[in-house]
Design a protein around this ligand. Structure first.
Ligand code: CP3
Length: 349
């Protein structure tokens, strides 16, 4: 039995005394304790070693007292399992030396046996659950097919993923074939994460916003819907279609229990788009955690006042920034955890 099941109750829409809080990208990036491990082991060694996965995943639970843990891994491990070479360059991010450039390249991307190729992730989940010892739920995750396609085609990070967008419009058949392979693999991968014991899963569609309403409808939505439909009977699903306000209402009917939103949409607008039967997660601008404790408290309380307590998971609108001071991340978490309706009134003045 979990000691703190606030996240699962918020996902079910059950009444809670206060919303749960966790931060996207909390496992790694900003914690000095993580930076010390970075000096000893390279990125994919960290991802592939169950003891390190468990240790890193638990750091924010131990040091900040967040209400959920997110597994330490990366969305790109799925591409490696599909036969793609992926490197993580220090300070520069991912690099894929052989990106998909032409339709024929799609043939060399194969659907893997997730057990054989990603077994280390499931072992990491087992080790993490042991270390968590029922303190908080464990969130599993994967990248959405469109966001994975972005890296496959671009070969690295990008501000707008123009090559990926051009590929989709130039070669729609090949793009859909690739998106189908990614969807198939992602479903199998997430189902195995659930079997290994994660309590819920989040699908990161970090670059969904770049598609625009029509592109989203064509190249992102159908695949997110397939994933949500396949996973919902197994565990609660959180979809995070960053920047895609135009996709929110369609995703509300996908079977997902929650939708993550970024700070470019207001809580009221998001609620109007998704209706009242689903949980919203978000949406503090991560840059606010670079300011000062008073500013963080003020914006966090105001955010909570706008979302309301029920059907809500407090979070950032995207990943925590690497330069965030630990004390400021803690101020955010504690403001949510100490929230009472009286404070709610005081922010109105
Ligand atoms: O939430 C967590 O902390 C769990 C671990 C996690 C990582 N990556 C570890 C990581 C999660 C959930 C991810 C998801 C991920 N990875 C996304 C989607 C979320 C988002 O932020 O939009 C994306 C797009 C990636 C791809 C990726 N991995 C990039 C672009 C980079 C380099 C820049 C960066 O974000 O730091 C990575 C590397 C990466 N993944 C790091 C970590 C802790 C930093 C590298 C390092 O520690 O050496």
């Amino acid at each position: 039995m979990l000691h703190n099941d606030l996240l699962l109750r918020a996902l079910q829409g059950e009444p809670v005394g206060r919303p749960p809080v966790w931060m996207m990208r909390q496992a790694g990036r900003f914690l000095p304790s993580y930076q010390r491990l970075r000096e000893k082991y390279d990125f994919f060694t960290r991802c592939q070693t169950p003891e390190l996965v468990a240790e890193i995943t638990c750091l924010p639970v131990d040091e900040l007292g967040v209400d959920a843990a997110i597994l330490f891994s990366d969305i790109l491990v799925v591409l490696q399992a599909m036969g793609v070479e992926v490197h993580m360059q220090e300070g520069r991010g991912p690099w894929l030396p052989h990106p998909v450039e032409r339709p024929a390249d799609v043939d060399r991307i194969h659907i893997p046996d997730v057990h054989a190729t990603l077994g280390y992730v499931f072992q990491g989940i087992t080790a993490t659950l042991e270390k968590l010892n029922q303190r908080v739920p464990l969130i599993g995750f994967a990248g959405a097919p469109w966001t994975l396609l972005c890296y496959l085609i671009e070969g690295k990070g990008s501000t707008g993923f123009e090559k990926a967008r051009a590929f989709c419009y130039h070669y729609p058949e090949a793009a859909h074939h690739l998106l189908e392979k990614l969807t198939h693999t992602t479903i199998a991968y997430l189902q195995e994460q659930v079997k290994a014991g994660v309590h819920c899963v989040q699908v990161f569609d970090s670059w969904a916003g770049w598609l625009g309403p029509e592109g989203f409808q064509l190249f992102a939505l159908p695949y997110l819907q397939q994933i949500a439909t396949a996973l919902s009977p197994c565990c609660p699903v959180i979809l995070f279609p960053k920047g895609a306000t135009f996709g929110l209402s369609a995703l509300a009917d996908s079977g997902a229990r929650a939708i993550g939103i970024d700070w470019t949409v207001s809580p009221a607008q998001a609620r109007a788009l998704v209706g009242h039967g689903i949980t919203l997660q978000g949406n503090l601008d991560p840059a606010i955690l670079l300011t000062d404790v008073n500013t963080i408290r003020r914006h966090t309380l105001r955010m909570m006042e706008q979302f309301g307590i029920r059907h809500y998971i407090a979070n950032l609108g995207h990943g925590i920034l690497p330069q965030t001071p630990v004390a400021y991340a803690r101020a955010f978490v504690q403001t949510v955890q100490q929230y009472t309706p009286a404070q709610q009134l005081s922010t109105k003045s």
